[in-house]
Design a protein around this ligand. Structure first.
Ligand code: 6R9
Length: 637
């Protein structure tokens, strides 16, 4: 594979960027020409941000798996597509060549068909980080089914909510998953979820941990048995379904500031073109490089930069089942040396947590294969940036700080490794085709440099969110109504003297805990489910490792006397309703919450208290009962 559209110098970046803004259709049309289409598009772009309605490569016909697999078979058939490193370093790793991956995807696509899955059906995937997860994702795409991957840290209730929202009739899971020294009983969690989801027709279960499972007659089948069936059927092929450019490819749920998580919808062509383009350019991927993205496929980062971006580029992608700190905090470095990893892409929270173990775990690790480092998911503080640069990159690997979102599909603002300048804690400059704007609260554009504002984007890029599944109005109000004719990101941002962008964090009620998005309203709803809770308010506070921690103010009645027991009960409730990833870090019991006369909780005040900034709480005169603030301050944890 060669990448004629890979940008090679800062000068080239500037001219490409200019072209992409002057003539977006010409620009993206040229890039799209490097893919395999059953039928070329008639028109590159149609859009308005009012409805919103965005269509890319209109009239084009394709299948993303032909671009990720079939088209590589001639030149890369025997080259590794996926390297899989298991949780337990003693267990044997696996390598799947492009040919083997193609065979397995085709096989499993036939399994899906045999089980009744058709184009447009929603298929929910709740699995650990095993190659079969990538295989299942691609098999769905092969037959035009819409996959919706749910991260293994979500509870049965969260799964049920998502299954209902997507009306997904098919589920693919594993008996269990290994994560460090833990075994997570995935199938059993699915069983709990399905009590509420009688519409699910089929559950396909992959054997991984041999955790005991209850297989329900007529509903549940084993992955391995189903593969055997298609093997004996004879015809091993599964021609790819011809998709329209704008047919949905997947749904991925993410948290917002209000209500339940929304199902972000991405479509086939635009998503393919953009993830490939940003993969090749951000990381400056070279043929033969080993790309190691440590995210879970349950998040957008895994979708775009473990599966679709790398595979569409014919790259070798490393899929790691475990966690950075097991069996010890040298695990990432061991994996890097074992496979001679060239690109390492991880989250600031992982870097900060590994920093805490000092340099011991780096003893004896070469890390000499590394060429490029990347971060994603949250702002990276300068200390972590420098630690990463010095101790992992040994000062010779460019670090790309990639800012983007589930809704954006791919990286929007980032430096390009070794090509455009890096600046610690800055995402730096927009990708070609991306037009950032800073706006003030009144929606007025803030021009010039050395300014801060809310980050919006004024022109569509190919992998922009198309809709929120089943509720287009929600997509409009969430992203396209705050500022006219602009996509609103929910992030605050500073543009420095040189025009470089630094993302400062969410400006809405979304927390970023260890790089995971969690809505404060969601956590409050979960806490309020507990029988003893009268009311609660949740805010974020700075946390050394997680970036943000979850601070909960709770009015509690019917206490059984022991505050710690009550805390544990509330934590258990949140874990049950949302999942372990949303567990509160601090729970403070309070006699009341600071409310305005109209009954609105003044979160600004609670945020300040949680941050420990007791002195400047601002104007509290509009409060119904200002005395409650002093009570809360006294009890601060
Ligand atoms: C890809 C991903 C999106 C939110 C986003 C922002 C934060 C992501 C960042 C970053 C600063 C970066 N974020 N990358 N903040 N610098 N390089 O993480 O998607 O899970 O949807 O989260 O994460 O606040 O709005 P998602």
């Amino acid at each position: 594979m060669s990448y004629p559209y890979q940008i090679k110098s800062f000068e080239e970046y500037k001219s490409v960027y200019n072209k992409s803004v002057m003539d977006p259709e010409g620009f993206w049309g040229d890039i799209a020409g490097h893919f395999y289409w059953r039928k070329r598009w008639d028109k590159v772009l149609n859009w308005n941000f009012k409805d919103p309605k965005v269509e890319w490569f209109i009239g084009g016909r394709l299948n993303i798996t032909e671009n990720c697999l079939d088209r590589h078979l001639g030149s890369l058939g025997n080259k590794p597509a996926i390297i899989w490193e298991p949780n337990d370093p003693e267990e044997h790793h696996r390598i799947l060549t492009y040919r083997e991956l193609h065979t397995k995807v085709v096989q499993f696509a036939n399994v899906l068909k045999n089980n009744g899955v058709q184009k447009g059906d929603r298929v929910c995937l709740y699995m650990g980080m095993v190659p079969e997860l990538a295989i299942a994702v691609l098999a769905c795409a092969r037959i035009g089914a819409i996959h919706s991957v749910i991260f293994g840290g979500f509870s049965a209730q969260s799964i049920a909510d998502r299954l209902m929202d997507a009306q997904a009739e098919y589920v693919i899971t594993c008996d269990g998953a290994y994560r460090g020294n833990k075994e997570i009983p995935l199938k059993s969690v699915i069983d709990d979820a399905l009590v509420q989801c009688r519409f699910v027709k089929r559950v396909i279960v992959l054997t991984r941990t041999r955790t005991p499972v209850s297989m329900i007659k007529g509903r549940d089948v084993w992955w391995e048995d189903e593969i055997r069936k298609v093997e004996t059927m004879g015809n091993p092929d599964c021609p790819a379904e011809e998709m329209d450019s704008e047919d949905p490819l997947f749904i991925l749920y993410t948290s917002g500031s209000t209500g339940k998580p929304k199902g972000v919808v991405h479509t086939c062509a635009g998503y393919m073109v953009y993830t490939n383009y940003t993969f090749v350019n951000t990381f400056q991927y070279q043929p033969g490089d080993i790309h190691f993205c440590t995210a879970d496929i349950g998040w957008i980062t895994g979708h775009s930069y473990i599966v679709y971006g790398p595979l569409s580029a014919g790259a070798t992608t490393l899929l790691f089942e475990g966690i950075p700190t097991w069996p010890d905090a040298g695990r990432f470095w061991e994996v890097v040396d074992k496979y001679k990893v060239n690109v390492l892409y991880t989250a600031p929270t992982a870097i900060r947590s590994l920093m805490g173990f000092g340099l011991g775990p780096l003893q004896g690790k070469q890390l000499s294969s590394l060429k490029v480092l990347g971060t994603v998911g949250e702002p990276i503080n300068e200390e972590a940036w420098h630690w990463y640069n010095e101790n992992i990159g040994k000062g010779r690997c460019p670090i790309v700080d990639t800012w983007w979102q589930t809704e954006t599909g791919g990286v929007l603002i980032s430096n390009m490794a070794g090509v455009t300048p890096a600046k610690p804690s800055y995402a730096t400059l927009p990708m070609p085709g991306v037009q950032p704007v800073l706006v003030d609260e009144n929606g007025k554009e803030i021009t010039g440099n050395n300014v801060s504002g809310n980050l919006c984007i004024r022109f569509p890029w190919p992998s922009i969110i198309r809709t929120t599944y089943g509720d287009h109005e929600r997509c409009r109000t969430n992203y396209f109504s705050a500022y006219e004719n602009m996509y609103f990101t929910g992030d605050g941002c500073y543009r420095d003297e040189e025009g470089y962008y630094r993302i400062t964090g969410r400006v809405d009620d979304v927390l970023n805990v260890s790089g995971h998005r969690i809505g404060t309203a969601e956590v409050e709803n979960a806490i309020n489910m507990h029988a003893g809770v009268v009311e609660s308010a949740v805010v974020g506070y700075p946390h050394d490792i997680k970036g943000q921690g979850i601070y909960c103010f709770v009015i509690f009645q019917g206490s059984h006397g022991d505050e710690n027991l009550n805390r544990q009960d509330i934590t258990q409730t949140v874990s049950r309703i949302i999942g372990p990833i949303a567990k509160p870090d601090k729970i403070q019991f309070v006699p009341g919450l600071p409310k305005t006369r109209s009954g609105k909780i003044m979160r600004r005040i609670l945020r300040k208290i949680a941050e420990g900034e007791m002195e400047n709480l601002g104007d509290t005169s509009t409060l119904l009962d200002p005395a409650v603030v002093d009570e809360i301050k006294k009890g601060k944890l």
